[in-house]
Design a protein around this ligand. Structure first.
Ligand code: IZC
Ligand code: ZN
Length: 418
């Protein structure tokens, strides 16, 4: 077999093992391989090991060689929760937040998500595409090779919702980063439905969900289950209706107010429950029992400035698999920097660096149903690899706020170099 790219002298965190999310103690057991050779053929990983490359693999003058001595090699990072495609920004809310005005109060007064809905509606396909592409380039630079992208800024205006998903679809084709699409029509109640939200739930279920499925616009269906947004009962209806059509549920659960979103995610068989800053003990028990991946977003906790963080240690103790993502969005977390979120996961959620790297690789893959072909450095998986200019994982998280990326490899090709 011909090798296109050979990484030598690597200190690698392979995450090799079962092709599934890790929980409990296993979340922190990552498996270092020192002095490793990693060989890539086409878009796949062909060999990983400590010995010299076995003879069945051929290396010639076309083979690109990377000497990774002194650097850290990991699977390409995965950002499993973003609101990538949107128009405009919300820096006008920054001052309000510093004055102590609540995120949900801004939303209730018609700002927040509604202001991004307006900006997204007014933006053309091209404008949304260019803006999202810029963000994807930034993410790639941070070592991210797969990104989940939610719609949700069209809400009542279905054409805008579709435009967002079409942009994500096009970017998945055009950009080296892979995109996984989530329909989030239930991100806020449109203003015209403010006094009859159940009618909007009917529209979502009867008109929007079938269209999304027929046109293959998304893999997942997400709901903002939150006080003043969608109730647990409304969320359940929307998630079960989507599931019946083949869209796996995801839930923005117990982000700000404890409504029972964690319990709901487990009940409807969600692939993931996101945020969980206010999750109940019962919610944690239920997520652990069903092995729903908890996608925690410490950048949002940090940016909300309320000194509340998701109870990650309790989740790990109870056996909930944890992923860490950016939540990149124009309101609660305007940052694409997953490496910063990794530091915050240690500093704010008290996760060990090993638990954190699991959370942005194999567990993040599991949160978007891609654990079979990515999230670890193993023979047969996609050749998506990040190389960081750090001697250790501890150093990477400790030296926070900067970009440690040296090289990013996607589908077996070098796509970013410092
Ligand atoms: O635009 O505010 N939490 N949805 C739920 C968001 C944050 C995104 C936003
Ligand atoms: Zn979100």
């Amino acid at each position: 077999m011909k090798i296109n790219l050979l990484i030598e002298n690597a200190k690698a965190i392979t995450m090799a093992g079962e092709k599934a999310a890790r929980w409990g103690q296993a979340q922190g057991e990552v498996g270092y391989l020192e002095g490793a050779t990693i060989a890539l053929a086409g878009d796949r990983i062909a060999y990983v090991g400590k010995s010299p490359l076995p003879e069945e693999f051929s290396v010639d003058e076309d083979t690109i060689k990377i000497d990774a001595r002194g650097k850290l090699v990991t699977p390409g990072l995965i950002d499993a929760h973003t609101h990538l495609v949107h128009g405009g920004s919300r820096e006008h809310e920054f001052k309000l937040k510093l004055e102590g005005v609540d995120y949900l109060d801004i939303l209730a007064q018609g700002g927040g998500i509604h202001s991004t809905v307006k900006a997204t509606r007014e933006a053309s396909f091209e404008v949304l595409y260019d803006k999202a592409k810029k963000s994807l380039d930034i993410m790639l630079g941070f070592g991210v090779t797969t990104v989940e992208a939610k719609s949700g800024y069209g809400i009542g205006d279905f054409a805008t919702e579709i435009k967002q998903m079409e942009v994500a679809k096009r970017l998945d084709q055009d950009h080296v980063v892979d995109l996984v699409s989530t329909f989030m029509g239930a991100h806020a109640v449109p203003k015209d439905y403010a006094d009859r939200p159940d009618d909007f739930v009917d529209v979502l279920i009867e008109e929007m969900l079938p269209y999304v499925v027929e046109n293959k616009l998304a893999d997942f269906n997400d709901v903002f289950c939150e006080e003043g947004v969608f109730t647990v009962d409304q969320s359940r209806r929307i998630l079960l209706a989507g599931k019946e059509l083949g869209l796996l549920p995801k839930v923005h659960a117990d982000e700000i107010v404890q409504l029972g979103g964690g319990e709901l995610a487990a009940e409807v068989g969600a692939i993931s429950a996101e945020h969980l800053m206010a999750v109940s003990d019962q919610g944690i028990e239920d997520l652990a029992e069903k092995k729903v991946v908890a996608v925690l977003l410490p950048g949002t906790s940090f940016n909300m400035q309320k000194n509340v963080a998701a109870p990650a240690r309790k989740m790990i103790e109870k056996g909930v698999p944890i992923a860490i993502s950016t939540d990149y969005n124009p309101g609660s977390c305007p940052s694409e920097n997953l490496q910063f979120m990794m530091s915050l996961a240690s500093l704010m959620l008290k996760m060990t660096p090993e638990e954190v790297i699991t959370a942005v690789t194999i567990n993040a893959a599991a949160a978007i149903g891609r654990q079979e072909d990515r999230g670890s450095i193993e023979v047969g998986k996609k050749a998506d690899i990040a190389i960081f200019d750090v001697a250790s994982l501890e150093y990477m998280l400790y030296h926070f706020g900067i970009n440690h990326t040296d090289t990013v490899i996607k589908n077996g090709k070098i796509v970013y170099r410092k």
